[in-house]
Design a protein around this ligand. Structure first.
Ligand SMILES: *[C@@H]1O[C@H](CO)[C@@H](O)[C@H](O)[C@H]1NC(C)=O
Ligand SMILES: *[C@@H]1O[C@H](CO)[C@@H](O)[C@H](O)[C@H]1NC(C)=O
Ligand SMILES: *[C@@H]1O[C@H](CO)[C@@H](O)[C@H](O)[C@H]1NC(C)=O
Ligand SMILES: *[C@@H]1O[C@H](CO)[C@@H](O)[C@H](O)[C@H]1NC(C)=O
Ligand SMILES: *[C@@H]1O[C@H](CO)[C@@H](O)[C@H](O)[C@H]1NC(C)=O
Length: 444
């Protein structure tokens, strides 16, 4: 079937770096490695990351890091130190990371107990007596989830087992958990990019006539189409896809809108996938052509361009070592100079969709974020650059938030933050179905 040249050209431009091919309307996705291979790869990354813990402890002047957890009541850090084939911790699992110095040199690191008889406590005590650490970190921070994952019951159990003498030596060092969880390795980027490719492909498919029939398909239908599609691609998620029809009023936080998708609608999605221990977080926009229209109205293109300009400013200004609040304030100042109104609320991403580390604004804290905004940006972290630009659309007499989000990394070679895949510079366009194009209609 011959498609219009402009349609083809538009898709070629949009997809030139993509790994999928579309043959007569069929999209084929590049698979990730088999689960078995993924487990091997992930355990390799894990080993590398764990081997850095002794140096991290020394950096923060700590001799040991103690975690204790029970099945279904794990420390937050558990999810970043467990092996790929492990899920919940078994029974009571106690882990003692140490600096590999002196007495404990040659012992496993961490030293690990899996126990349901109480036998682990005297053994832990014995280890502590012989190695005599003066500062032992435990995860009891009040503000940072990644440094505050020790359950109160476990804290009481530790206190009971070790007594005052050892509890006096316990310290709260939030940067330990934050820096450990945020550490990305160079060889993860390749797979992270593949995940981004899959995310973009799914949006190409979802925001097309294959899935959307204007006047019939609802935003909810589309959200659930993404959920079901993930299953067929062997992916899971941390973030239910939220599809919205963008209007002046619609700025839903944790939900999409409830609308039947109509011609002329500006659509938006906020969602992510989970695979290989990594997460994505993306926001893109799409436009449903009206009858007789062959292209997106210029005013909408300009809105996206403005949001793209905010991304440029953000990546340009953001540097490791700055606090999240410093980045935020400099970005806002530059936006003001350029006459751009909008908001930034970027965050680290990696082991978690909302990962540990400095945040750069929150939707409800647009200018300054206490605690999490005062942390410094680390170069070994992926950042999700999340923002919107206000743009007035004369045809609608409405000011709309142009909301986009892409995941970025620090490229040491060029000394710049870059998007892992790229960024949306063209809206997806939902057109009339072509006769012989297979449709994957959402069943209402
Ligand atoms: C596209 O998909 C349809 C339906 O699954 C199938 O019948 C057709 O052969 C496919 N076309 C190509 C070129 O792969
Ligand atoms: C999903 O997993 C199945 C079963 O292992 C496999 O046959 C299929 O190719 C996978 N699909 C993708 C897109 O990875
Ligand atoms: C992960 O597996 C290795 C090798 O089997 C084992 O030594 C280690 O204790 C496991 N890690 C955890 C946190 O259970
Ligand atoms: C610490 O000791 C363990 C066990 O001997 C070893 O496998 C590991 O590489 C050491 N780590 C560091 C950072 O020296
Ligand atoms: C545009 O909207 C503003 C406020 O929402 C309203 O006051 C004005 O009358 C509208 N203009 C037109 C042409 O509808």
């Amino acid at each position: 079937m011959v498609k219009g040249w402009s349609w083809l050209l538009c898709n070629l431009l949009l997809l030139s770096t993509s790994v999928y091919v579309e043959v007569e309307g069929n999209i084929s996705y590049k698979p990730l490695p088999s689960l078995r291979e993924q487990a091997q790869i992930r355990d390799g990354w894990l080993k590398d990351r764990i081997s850095r813990i002794p140096a991290l402890l020394r950096k923060h002047g700590v001799d040991a890091w103690l975690m204790s957890q029970r099945e279904h009541a794990e420390d937050t850090i558990w999810w970043s130190i467990k092996n790929a084939t492990d899920y919940d911790a078994h029974r009571r699992t106690i882990l003692l990371f140490h600096t590999n110095d002196s007495v404990l040199e040659g012992k496993p690191n961490p030293i690990k107990w899996v126990d349901n008889t109480g036998q682990a406590w005297p053994e832990l005590l014995h280890i502590l007596e012989s190695f005599n650490p003066s500062r032992i970190a435990i995860n009891v921070d009040q503000n940072t989830a990644f440094a505050g994952g020790l359950h109160v019951g476990e804290y009481d159990a530790i206190t009971h087992a070790l007594g005052h003498r050892w509890m006096q030596r316990m310290v709260n060092v939030p940067l330990l958990g934050i820096e450990y969880v945020t550490t990305r390795l160079d060889n993860q980027l390749h797979y992270y990019r593949d995940m981004q490719d899959i995310v973009w492909m799914m949006m190409e498919e979802g925001f097309s006539h294959r899935v959307i029939t204007p006047g019939v398909t609802t935003t909810e239908d589309l959200s659930w189409w993404f959920r079901e599609k993930m299953l067929t691609l062997n992916l899971s998620t941390w973030n239910h896809p939220r599809v919205s029809v963008l209007t002046e009023e619609s700025f839903p936080g944790w939900t999409g809108t409830e609308d039947v998708i109509q011609k002329g609608d500006l659509l938006h999605i906020d969602w992510g996938i989970t695979a290989m221990g990594m997460n994505t977080d993306t926001q893109h926009m799409a436009y449903v052509l009206r009858d007789g229209e062959s292209d997106v109205p210029d005013s909408l293109k300009q809105g996206l361009k403005k949001a793209n300009r905010m991304q440029d400013i953000h990546l340009e200004i953001m540097r490791a070592g700055m606090t999240g609040n410093e980045v935020l304030q400099k970005c806002l100042a530059q936006m003001k100079l350029e006459g751009i109104e909008g908001q930034i609320y970027s965050h680290p991403i990696g082991d978690w969709g909302h990962d540990a580390g400095a945040v750069i604004g929150f939707t409800n804290l647009p200018k300054h974020v206490p605690v999490l905004g005062e942390l410094t940006i680390l170069p070994s972290t992926y950042y999700s650059i999340e923002l919107y630009a206000y743009h007035f659309i004369p045809e609608r007499n409405e000011t709309i938030r142009f909301r986009i989000e892409e995941n970025s990394y620090w490229d040491a070679e060029t000394e710049r933050w870059k998007f892992v895949k790229g960024r949306q510079e063209n809206l997806y366009v939902i057109r009339e179905p072509r006769d012989s194009t297979p449709l994957l209609n959402v069943q209402v």
